[in-house]
Design a protein around this ligand. Structure first.
Ligand code: FES
Length: 147
């Protein structure tokens, strides 16, 4: 094999390798939107439920509540309509501890420094300087979601 034959073989191999690399790079970019770990490249903020409740067997009575996903939802009236429920972030605005619903007084309490909030989320006592953050309740059939 002379020098010219050797260079032809090497450059041909490099060209084939570069084309394969470019095709792989292109196909990877095109596959990104269907990547299961990132199902939506542009998710709509606020559209992902923080909490889902099945109203056919949960929250059947006034003052029943469910906490999870950083929120608390409370039934405040009969019926499965949006106005029958209220929901708030469970993060205390004072220093970030988790507030708890107190059915007996229909209020929220933060055990960390004893801030209290009424059923509307307004501060009624303690060091918190602002009320609880209101969350959106949506109902579809017997499924309630908090967003
Ligand atoms: S963190 Fe809730 S009262 Fe301080």
């Amino acid at each position: 094999m002379d020098r010219k034959e050797f260079l032809n073989i090497v450059t041909s191999g490099l060209a084939t390798t570069c084309v394969a690399c470019m095709m792989a790079a292109c196909s990877k970019d095109e596959a990104t939107p269907s990547n299961p770990s990132n199902p939506s490249p542009n998710p709509t903020p606020g559209n992902t439920p923080l909490l889902t409740v099945n109203l056919s067997n949960q929250m059947l009575s006034v003052n029943d509540f469910v906490a999870g996903g950083g929120v608390i939802v409370v039934r405040i009236a009969a019926g499965n309509v949006v106005t029958s429920f209220t929901a708030f972030s469970s993060v205390c605005p004072h220093a970030g501890s988790t507030v708890q619903f107190v059915p007996q007084s229909q209020s929220f309490n933060c055990p960390a420094h004893n801030s209290n909030f009424n059923i509307s989320g307004a501060v009624t006592g303690g060091p918190a300087g602002s009320g609880l953050t209101k969350k959106t309740v949506e109902i579809s059939g017997t499924t309630l979601t908090v967003k």
